[in-house]
Design a protein around this ligand. Structure first.
Ligand SMILES: [Zn+2]
Length: 103
């Protein structure tokens, strides 16, 4: 008796495009994906958008935290950590969203 075939693998390898849907160059890419150079270009652009978005929103959050936090050192430290975390999370979120939208 034959062993059952892996249907997911057959499906994944069966759908291959012969040209990149974004730039039109002739490469074999999985269905719905773009070529390596397009992926790098999209990632580079997404990171640039995310860096500027995170900087602008972090500056706004930093100004707000500076104006609204009490003047004791513990509050200042917590505010500074919150601003740093804001930058990291907003950068990560915008990179992921921009990668999906620019694809
Ligand atoms: Zn391409």
């Amino acid at each position: 008796m034959l062993a059952p075939k892996n249907l997911l693998k057959q499906f994944a390898t069966g759908l291959v495009e012969t040209e990149c849907p974004r730039c039109g160059s002739e490469v074999e890419v999985p269905f719905g994906q773009v070529c390596q150079s397009c992926r790098l270009a999209v990632t580079r652009r997404a990171k640039r958008i995310a860096r500027w978005t995170a900087l602008v929103t972090t500056a706004a959050v930093g100004i707000y935290a500076h104006l609204r936090m009490p003047d004791d050192p513990t509050s200042r430290t917590i505010g500074a950590v919150a601003v740093l975390l804001w930058y990291a999370f907003s950068y990560t979120a915008v990179v992921r969203a921009a990668r999906l939208l620019l694809k």
